[in-house]
Write a protein that binds this ligand. Structure first.
Ligand SMILES: C[S@@+](CC[C@H](N)C(=O)[O-])C[C@H]1O[C@@H](n2cnc3c(N)ncnc32)[C@H](O)[C@@H]1O
Length: 249
């Protein structure tokens, strides 16, 4: 059985980051990992640094091409065009299956979670990180105070004013308030994730939730001292880690 120790870290690559995954005891090396929705390869590159063999999957050919060019030449990295449903291959193929900042793009995100479990070997780990938490839909007074102060302290980006997309987006939002300039499918109002249902799906698919935590996400431009002053007082993001039971299919 493969065992991991996973803990929240304040900083990865000089930036506070939701989860820093640390390998403690491994009975099987190398670890085979699947990064679901790898985007530009942020999580993939951390996993490669840990010595994992990583399959990086994404719906977007452009992102996969980017990962292929930047990380694909590194040993242990392979890119896979995603069908949107997780992992098209056989059951129990990976020791570690993770998704970082992806679920809110996926209409059937519970289906994706089940597929992640299917792709995981018994005794392996499923990790879902960087998704909005209760604190972002029902913000506490401390969180609102933090956001207000952060906004006031962040310098205004004047280059936004000459970006034509700013005006196109505003115009489109008049007709569709849920329009996102990002172009991705944000499928829920406020990118809502029903965490109790994610937990239930994991449990029903043979996993046990071993660790979860709300945390305050560091965003580019936040003054660090302000962030430090509030990070223990409020949260807007969630991470959840589950272990697949040894006997699970
Ligand atoms: C915000 S980015 C994620 C960033 C990335 N995980 C990282 O570590 O920086 C969301 C990514 O999810 C991908 N995506 C959305 N739905 C997906 C799905 N059903 N299956 C795989 N990838 C998906 C998008 O193409 C996009 O690259």
């Amino acid at each position: 059985m493969v065992r991991f120790s996973i803990h929240a870290s304040r900083r990865v690559s000089g930036r506070p980051f939701g989860t820093h995954l640390l390998l403690s005891k491994l009975a099987r090396i190398p670890v085979r990992a699947l990064d679901v929705g790898c985007g530009s390869g942020n999580l993939t590159s951390h996993l490669l640094e840990l010595g994992f063999h990583v399959t990086s999957a994404d719906l977007s050919p452009a992102f996969l091409c980017l990962v292929e060019n930047v990380l694909g030449r590194r040993a242990g990295c392979e890119c896979l065009p995603s069908t949107g449903k997780g992992w098209p291959g056989p059951d129990a193929s990976f020791d570690f299956v993770a998704t970082y900042f992806v679920l809110h793009h996926v209409p059937d995100y519970l289906g994706l979670v089940s597929e992640m479990v299917r792709a995981t070997k018994p005794g392996g780990i499923v990790c879902v990180d960087h998704e909005a938490s209760e604190g972002s839909w029902n913000p506490s007074p401390e969180y609102l105070k933090f956001k207000r102060q952060a906004e006031q302290a962040m310098p205004f980006d004047w280059s936004k004013l000459v970006d034509p997309m700013r005006y196109v987006s505003r115009f489109r939002k008049l007709f569709n308030p849920r329009y996102q300039a990002e172009g991705n499918i944000h499928v829920f109002p406020d990118d809502y994730i029903a965490w109790p249902r994610v937990r239930q799906t994991l449990q029903e698919s043979g996993c046990e939730v071993v660790w979860e935590q709300d945390y305050l996400l560091f965003q580019r431009g936040y003054p660090e001292d302000l962030f430090e002053a509030y990070r223990e007082q409020c949260a807007d993001t969630h991470v959840l880690v589950a272990g697949k039971r040894a006997g699970a299919a």
